[in-house]
Design a protein around this ligand. Structure first.
Ligand SMILES: Cc1cc2nc3c(=O)[nH]c(=O)nc-3n(C[C@H](O)[C@H](O)[C@H](O)COP(=O)(O)O)c2cc1C
Length: 372
């Protein structure tokens, strides 16, 4: 029997992401997929970082400033990133195996992202071929998530895939040289269902091997150095974004190696437990980056005030991980679109109530201060 899950395609009436998360969990349980739900919901260790990512937003307070004249009551959330126009400063983080939550997997996600006017980052741990994901919504700008592999041939294959399918940038994951110890998965003895193929990685078997210009001696998995960034940039001729930055020094190293953007992330608390939350790290990193390159921010973002705070503290874009998978499961592409529109609506509301009408004003004037 093959893995079966949601085939839904419906708009969702979202009051908040917390409630959507509960609906997701209940629905996965009904389908007998609680272990898969835990894989998505869970984090590493005792999940301290997972919780802190969302909880620590409370340590930062928005200070509204509304005594500078009325405007027309509309907030404009449009922006641009690496030459792409976006209707909102919210994008989709890379996550493996969308087929765990929806029958049409990543193809369905990218269609929802297209409708919302945003960008998706596609993981090469996708259940579908990258080419078929791209073809299902060819106009949608997307970024390619790349993890260095110990097999140089594989690295070339991954980068060629991105270039051939017109990715707008390569997102290099720098999340350490091992995987997080996820206690829920250990308890559940979780493994990916054997009948849910990772089509993109399987395609490597048929890929012509040959001279490998990406080869560097004795590299280990995830051994991304500043030299590697230069090689990858030169080979792909695409902008490179470094995802997983958690301190100012690493951000500066990434920029010096030629990174076109820095992506602050602790992978939603899935790797090393006990690290600080990303919102806690953002002010330090933002100072170190000093506007030289744009900043993407993720981990723990669950409402419009969170987005507002991250933008006011120096992020240019905010990315969502788990909430997108909840939307995908509960409503397919329309569910993904609903999550994006809900977050955009809350951001607009926050902007209006705090006295800024567009993102330029938000970056310049919005006040968010750390509570002492
Ligand atoms: C199921 C799942 C799989 C993920 N897979 C990856 C991955 O392969 N590589 C990576 O860098 N991040 C991965 N992430 C992390 C996301 O890209 C993102 O950083 C994180 O989910 C953001 O936090 P949030 O879920 O609290 O929004 C994954 C996240 C989830 C939920």
């Amino acid at each position: 029997m093959s893995y079966k899950t949601s085939e839904k395609n419906q708009y969702l009436d979202i009051v908040n992401i917390r409630a959507l998360e509960r609906q997701f969990q209940n629905s996965m349980k009904k389908e007998n997929h609680s272990a898969e739900a835990d894989f998505i919901l869970g984090g590493a260790g005792g999940e301290e970082t997972l919780r802190a990512n969302t909880d620590d937003f409370r340590n930062f307070k928005i200070i509204p400033s509304v005594m500078h004249g009325l405007f027309d009551g509309l907030a404009n959330t449009s922006t641009s990133f690496l030459g792409q126009k976006l209707t909102l400063p919210i994008i989709v983080s890379p996550s493996a195996a969308h087929g765990l939550v929806h029958e049409n997997a990543e193809q369905e996600t990218i269609r929802g992202v297209a409708e919302s006017g945003s960008i998706m980052t596609v993981s090469h741990f996708s259940n579908q071929l990258i080419s078929s994901i791209h073809d299902s919504s060819p106009e949608t700008p997307w970024l390619y998530h790349y993890d260095e592999d110990s097999d140089p041939g594989m690295n070339r294959f991954l980068l060629d895939t991105a270039v051939r399918n017109k990715a707008k940038a390569i997102v290099i994951g720098v999340f350490g040289a091992s995987f997080g110890r996820r206690e829920r998965d250990l308890t559940n003895k979780f493994d990916f269902p054997s009948d849910l193929p990772f089509q993109q990685l399987s395609a490597y078997t048929d890929y012509p091997k040959g001279l490998d210009i990406l080869s560097v001696n004795n590299r280990k998995h995830s051994d991304i150095t500043t030299d590697r960034i230069k090689v990858i940039k030169k080979y792909s001729k695409l902008p490179v974004i470094i995802k997983g930055v958690q301190n100012g020094t690493d951000a500066v190293r990434a920029i010096e190696a030629g990174a076109d953007a820095v992506w602050i992330s602790n992978t939603g608390g899935r790797q090393l437990d006990g690290t600080r939350s990303t919102i806690d790290a953002l002010p330090e990193i933002s100072r170190a980056v000093n506007k030289r390159v744009p900043i993407i921010f993720d981990s723990g973002v669950r409402n419009g005030q969170h987005v507002f705070k991250a933008l006011a503290l120096g992020a240019n874009l905010v990315a969502l991980g788990r909430p997108i998978l909840y939307g995908l499961h509960m409503g397919g592409s329309k569910g993904v679109e609903s999550v994006m529109r809900h977050m955009q609506g809350e951001l607009e509301n926050t902007m209006l109530l705090s006295g800024v009408k567009n993102l330029e004003e938000l970056h310049k004037y919005a006040r968010v201060e750390r509570k002492h």
